[in-house]
Design a protein around this ligand. Structure first.
Ligand SMILES: [Zn+2]
Length: 405
């Protein structure tokens, strides 16, 4: 079989094995890389058929020819997991080399692979499996990171590794790879992805209603995805807390270990068990398309979660960023602005603040241009109403316009 035929056969295999993900499997866009040698030989960098956030699946001809069709199909299902569950947007990984990216990739793999195992689709040799490592299943990537840290230390003392070094591409951490074609921007747009995700989630819900067996990770994802309006407070809370814990060090597991990010706190090493107060900046869309009543309500929610006590910085933003306000309570924020919207100005101002914020929370209806790259802090976008959009690098909580207590 040619490379093309193997990819086509792998898609059919994947769609057949997990019919509730069939539309996603067919939305993957194979990008054929040039073979470095003739005849082509497998390049280990492309062992996983790495994907990017525009759903491009990178196919190294040598790897495709040497990998069984079923295994290529398994990687397709695996990548659908990374893409649909927004691992790139959830990633705590920052630019630059380091073990952090590798650990996040492993944790994201753990979140996906247990669902594949539940479908009796174990991964190829060397991929990470929570159950094989004795870890609990059905956890999120954020929960697996500290578990894997602890386990890697223990295994490392015996000279063993958690898994082989596998790179799943920028779909896992949002960092562009050198082989990606970033120029032409080919691939699924934000709208394509949004519609695709909604239809996959609706399809899974239908199957749940019809009492089909669906792995629990997918069940949880589809339920969250189709009912954002019901659970927006819980979702927003989870996102902000997730942002805080990834910026403030692994709080829950830090009891036995000093913070690895001690340097971030101006040289003062925080005592174990004490969460350093994360510095949160709010960027508020005051262009007028969101009413002040709705903003006030949300500000109270957000500050209750992110900064129950202490000072808080806020930047109002319309076409330009207004001066930063430092307040003690959400009610003290003066909502100034009007006219057009450009949240790029607000985010640039937030990123330039000193001391540098740990977490940025944006409140907007999303009818705005966004920066192409993530700001240098974890960013949560509260998207108010049904319209608008948020960038792929942000964690997003969609909030119904009529949100009331
Ligand atoms: Zn992966």
């Amino acid at each position: 079989m040619t490379v093309d035929e193997r990819i086509a056969a792998a898609r059919l295999w994947a769609a057949h094995r997990a019919p509730y993900l069939a539309s996603a499997v067919f939305a993957l866009r194979p990008v054929y890389l040039e073979a470095a040698t003739d005849p082509p030989v497998p390049d280990p960098e492309f062992r996983a058929f790495p994907t990017d956030t525009r759903w491009n699946l990178h196919v190294d001809p040598g790897t495709a020819l040497a990998t069984p069709v079923e295994e290529i199909g398994w990687w397709m299902l695996h990548h659908v997991g990374h893409l649909v569950r927004g691992h790139a947007a959830r990633s705590p990984v920052r630019p630059g080399p380091g073990a952090e990216a590798h650990r996040w990739n492993q944790a994201a793999d753990a979140e996906i692979n247990d669902d594949l195992e539940a479908e009796r689709l174990p991964g190829p040799a060397g991929v990470l499996s929570p159950s094989a490592l004795g870890l609990p299943v059905n956890r999120t990537a954020e929960e697996y990171v500290p578990m894997l840290d602890v386990l890697a230390d223990a295994l490392g003392n015996g000279g063993r590794a958690l898994s082989e070094a596998i790179d799943c591409g920028s779909a896992v951490d949002g960092m562009d790879r050198s082989y990606q074609d970033t120029g032409s921007g080919d691939g699924l747009t934000h709208l394509d992805r949004e519609l695709l995700e909604r239809s996959i989630a609706a399809g899974i819900q239908d199957r749940i209603s019809a009492r089909s067996e669906i792995p629990s990770g997918w069940r949880r994802w589809a339920t969250e995805r189709t009912r954002p309006a019901i659970d927006w407070r819980a979702r927003l809370g989870a996102m902000i807390r997730r942002g805080l814990s990834t910026t403030a060090g692994q709080v829950d597991f830090s009891y036995a270990r000093p913070s690895r990010r001690a340097g971030a706190y101006h040289g003062v090493i925080p005592p174990a068990m004490v969460r350093p107060a994360p510095d949160t900046v709010l960027v508020i869309d005051t262009s007028g398309s969101v009413t002040n009543d709705v903003l006030r309500l949300l500000l109270a929610e957000v500050t209750g979660i992110a900064r129950p006590s202490g000072r808080l910085r806020a930047i109002c933003c319309d076409v330009a960023a207004h001066p930063v306000q430092t307040v003690r309570r959400a009610a003290d924020i003066e909502l100034t602005g009007g006219g057009g919207t450009d949240m790029r100005a607000g985010l640039t101002a937030a990123a330039a603040l000193r001391p540098r914020p740990d977490l940025i929370v944006v409140l907007t209806d999303g009818e705005t241009p966004w920066p192409e790259h993530r700001p240098p802090a974890h960013t949560v976008v509260c998207l108010i109403g049904d319209g608008g959009h948020a960038p792929a690098w942000a964690s997003v909580a969609r909030i119904p316009e009529g949100a009331r207590r």
